[in-house]
Ligand binder design. Structure first.
Ligand SMILES: [Zn+2]
Length: 249
């Protein structure tokens, strides 16, 4: 079960405008589909975006850079209590605690009540973010370029009403730049599969096959599938049996 608790209020790193971020007590992913580019589709979309758009100044920021101002508490039941119940509250530990919650709730700045949800950037905004230097470290540039890569592959996944926001030249350039960043990763299954997949989608089939022959990928089902597609000179993203088990592998 995915369970949501009281949201947090975060400040936009640029203009300090308060925004609401959903907090989860637990997250459950239903019916995941894994794709050859490392993207996972789920029926129930849960979890918070790592990049957000400010609803006030429209800047795009990393949510981890946004200061948490506090928690948006729910209105406690005590606001409905009659005067005599409030008077008796001090004799009851639970009622005293409820009144303390009410005090905290009343201290919430008015602005927080109107705080909008942090929304993830749309496809086109990701390109804008890249151009604006939001990928300010190699790791962040990598995350941003990976998002752009995934968005560009969405039309080939079926069921996504998203058009590729990039021209073929932009998509090509992004894959090449991402390839350079991925090659800086350590020796893992995931790194080699991602490298091979980028090469395959770039149309460099022989190079993709050479990477897939890496000893780390011997007996790997995803590598076999990618090699089949590379030999068939296919460049589109494909479904794979699993990817998550390769995390950290
Ligand atoms: Zn802002």
């Amino acid at each position: 079960m995915t369970r949501i608790v009281e949201p947090a209020i975060l400040a936009c790193p640029r203009c300090n405008y308060p925004m609401r971020r959903t907090r989860y007590a637990s997250i459950h992913f239903y019916a995941a589909t894994y794709w050859s580019d490392g993207y996972t589709s789920t029926i129930s979309v849960a979890g918070n975006p790592d990049l957000g758009v400010c609803c006030s100044c429209e800047s795009i920021f990393w949510v981890e850079d946004a200061e948490e101002l506090g928690i948006m508490h729910r209105e406690p039941e005590s606001t409905q209590w009659p005067w005599w119940k409030r008077g008796l509250a001090r004799f009851d530990e639970k009622a005293t605690a409820t009144l303390a919650k009410e005090k905290a709730w009343r201290a919430i700045p008015d602005q927080w009540h109107f705080a909008g949800q942090i929304e993830p950037p749309r496809a086109r905004e990701l390109l804008w973010a890249l151009a604006q230097g939001v990928g300010d470290t190699p790791a962040r540039e990598r995350r941003l370029r990976q998002k752009i890569w995934w968005v560009g592959n969405h039309p080939d996944r079926g069921g996504y009403a998203i058009r590729d926001p990039m021209t073929p030249a932009q998509a090509h350039e992004n894959r090449l730049a991402l390839l350079e960043l991925v090659r800086q990763d350590g020796e893992t299954h995931k790194r080699h599969l991602t490298e091979a997949e980028l090469l395959r989608q770039l149309g460099y089939f022989d190079e993709a096959l050479a990477v897939l022959e890496h000893t780390l990928l011997i007996g790997n089902e995803t590598a076999v599938l990618l090699a089949e597609n590379a030999r068939a000179r296919e460049t589109k993203v494909v479904k794979v049996g699993g990817w998550s088990e390769l995390e950290g592998g």
